[in-house]
Design a binder for this molecule. Structure first.
Ligand SMILES: [Zn+2]
Length: 215
C-alpha cells in the first residue's frame, strides 16, 4: 500500500461512500465493479468482479493462460482497466476532474482495439472468434481453410495484419494455413489460391508489372 501511495483512512474518490483500500478501489467499489462487469461481458464472461486482487489474479491465471489472441486481448483489456482506474483515482485527487464509467469503458475498448488492430495475428476461425473480434472492433483481414482430399474441413484460421494490401492478405492466409497444418502434424499439403499472382509467386513464375518510374 505504501508503494501505491495510498492512505488507508482516506475515502474512496470513485464512489465517495467507502474507505479506500486496494481491494475496494479496484474491485469492490461500485464504480469499478460496473466497469469490471462490462469488460468481463465483452470478453465473454457473465459475472461481476471478485472481491480481492488475490482472487482476481488467480482467476485470471487459470482462465487466460494461453498464448491465443483471445487470451491476449482479455489480458490486455484487464491490465488497461486497472491502469485506467488508478489514473481516474489520481485524476480526481490531484486534478479534480471526473470521468464517467462509460467514458473509461470506451477508453479501454479504444486502447485494446488500437493495440490489436494494427498487429499481426492469427486465431482459429469460428463464429465465437468472429463475434469476439466484431465486439471489440478488431478487423479480420484474411482466412484459410484446411480440408482433407475428400473436401471435409479440418481447420479454419483467420488473422489480421497492419495494412490493406490484398496480395499480402492472400500470402498471410497461406502462411497461416501452412503453419496450422504443420502444428497439426499434417505431412503434405496442397495450396490453392484464387489469386493468380500468389500462385505465380509460390511457383517462382511471378514477374513484376511495374515499369521504370524515372525514365
Ligand atoms: Zn469506491
Amino acid at each position: 500500500m505504501v508503494a501505491w501511495g495510498m492512505e488507508t483512512d482516506a475515502m474512496c474518490v470513485l464512489c465517495k461512500s467507502a474507505a479506500e483500500t486496494l481491494d475496494h478501489l479496484f474491485f469492490q467499489c461500485s464504480y469499478s465493479a460496473k466497469l469490471w462487469k462490462s469488460i468481463l461481458a465483452l470478453t465473454g464472461y457473465s459475472r461481476g468482479p471478485l472481491t480481492s486482487w488475490q482472487a482476481e489474479i488467480s482467476w485470471l491465471v487459470t482462465h487466460f493462460q494461453w498464448n491465443t489472441l483471445l487470451s491476449k486481448v482479455r489480458r490486455f483489456s484487464f491490465v488497461v482497466l486497472v491502469y485506467k482506474l488508478w489514473g481516474e483515482r489520481n485524476n480526481r485527487i490531484f486534478k479534480g476532474g471526473e470521468l464517467t464509467a462509460g467514458v473509461i469503458l470506451r477508453q479501454v475498448m479504444n486502447d485494446t482495439r488500437g493495440r490489436f488492430s494494427g498487429g499481426k495475428w492469427a486465431a482459429s476461425d469460428d463464429n465465437r472468434t468472429r463475434d469476439f473480434f466484431a465486439t471489440w472492433g478488431i478487423q479480420v483481414h484474411f482466412g484459410a481453410i484446411g480440408r482433407i482430399a475428400a473436401g471435409q474441413v479440418l481447420f479454419a484460421t483467420a488473422g489480421g495484419f497492419c495494412g490493406d494490401c490484398v496480395l499480402k492478405a492472400e500470402l498471410e492466409a497461406i502462411r497461416c494455413g501452412m503453419a496450422k497444418a504443420k502444428d497439426m502434424g499434417i505431412p503434405q499439403i496442397q495450396v490453392r489460391s484464387y489469386s493468380k499472382c500468389v500462385v505465380q509467386m509460390i511457383t517462382g513464375l511471378y514477374t513484376t508489372h511495374l515499369g521504370t518510374i524515372w525514365d
